[in-house]
Design a protein around this ligand. Sequence first.
Ligand code: NDP
Length: 443
Amino acid sequence: MQLDTFMAGLERRNHSQPEFLQAVREVAEKVIPYINAHPEYEEARVLERLAEPDRVLMFRVTWEDDEGGIHVNRGYRVQQSNAIGPYKGGLRFDPSVNLGILKFLAFEQVFKNSLTTLPMGGGKGGSDFDPKGKSDREVMRFCQAFMTELQRHIGKDTDVPAGDIGVGGREIGYLFGQYKRLRNAFTGAMTGKGAKWGGSLIRPEATGYGSVYFAREMLAHRGEEIAGKRCLVSGSGNVAQFTAEKLLELGATVLTLSDRSGTIHAPDGLTRDDLSAAMDLKNNRRGNLEELADRDGLEFHEGIKPWGIECDAAFPSATQNEIQDVDAKTLLDNGCTVVCEGANMPSSPDAAHRFEQAGIMYGPGKAANAGGVAISGLEMTQNSMRISWSREEVDQRLQSIMQSIHATCVEYGSDGDRVNYVQGANVGGFVKVADALMAYGTM
Ligand code: NDP
């Protein structure tokens, strides 16, 4: 099987979806050599099957603003693969959302969910709706309209959505409330729910905490520790906030947070109070980071990403392709030896290749940020069992899942005394799903 031939076919069918093609190429580069060593996968055309979603749903969402104006948005759900469990993946509400971006996210999700060791397939969905600048009631009406259609296609054993960019606790509440009302059933059909209404403890923290646990594993594998490392964190949403929180707890220095307006830089490190102020600003007041510029010890760099600041470790936790090749070069020139991706596909292909070639500890998103969906999987388990585990128990399970993902990366990605985590995550995630597809025969 040849990468170029495979990609040429994919490009013909998906030429207007650059992010999807980028995500598939990254996987195919690593998986095709493995397939060539195991020809049964090629005969069954397993990679071609995985690159074609089981189903794509696209629907109109009509909602009313506070002045009575009518708006029309587009809603999506990409059900990529349920080979090893119900479709599982978040919903993104952002004006940039289109089918290609959701297909990239759904494709990545299949491999990520496989790595968690839990029985979850892959999916993703969302809308081009922008929650920014909308009142709570407008967001509620949009979520109710969105779920009125989506509810036909999801369910605890079918497809279990969660949050992503623009979909946090508030949106999950409105979405799940509408699901429950229309279906007259309280079931675990969504995760990320509030702890008082079926959610799991540690779910809000899980992606960020998990990303730091993964960095800790990569460092321990090389005999190093995270305490004392100077870290850049991008983003200031769910993933970034809890990445920063766990880094501070483990004795690292957090130099930055960022958002669409720019970067907050704390040359001596963010304090816990700075982080609390950022959380309040983002979660309660929904403002921009520049509003923190007048706090002691903080500088604000308008319109600039964090990557130019000298550091030991980078935790990109905002969005796709936020590290371009030039940023990767700067990070490496400045001595950065750990890149741990809280966001999905935050490194452009050139940047990712540069990190791999440099042999640094480079944890790709599908391994490093799998903690969020892993705890979503545990939320499903708790809902089915009608029990809830303690904070300590869930955190313990999160740590052991991140260790097990690391071990899978080492198993499939070891290269001499180095680990290529991109190779390890892609091949390790692929094998389980591919074997399930083979077991089902041709379908
Ligand atoms: P949030 O909406 O909570 O936060 C997103 C943050 O990233 C915000 O600070 C936002 O800035 C910033 N951001 C978004 N787009 C851009 C952009 N184009 N340029 C600059 N900054 C941007 O989302 P999450 O924290 O949930 O998600 C962040 C990333 O992590 C995404 O890639 C997501 O797919 C991934 N992820 C999330 C998981 C989860 O459990 N939530 C699980 C696994 C991966 P602003 O505040 O200005 O909007």
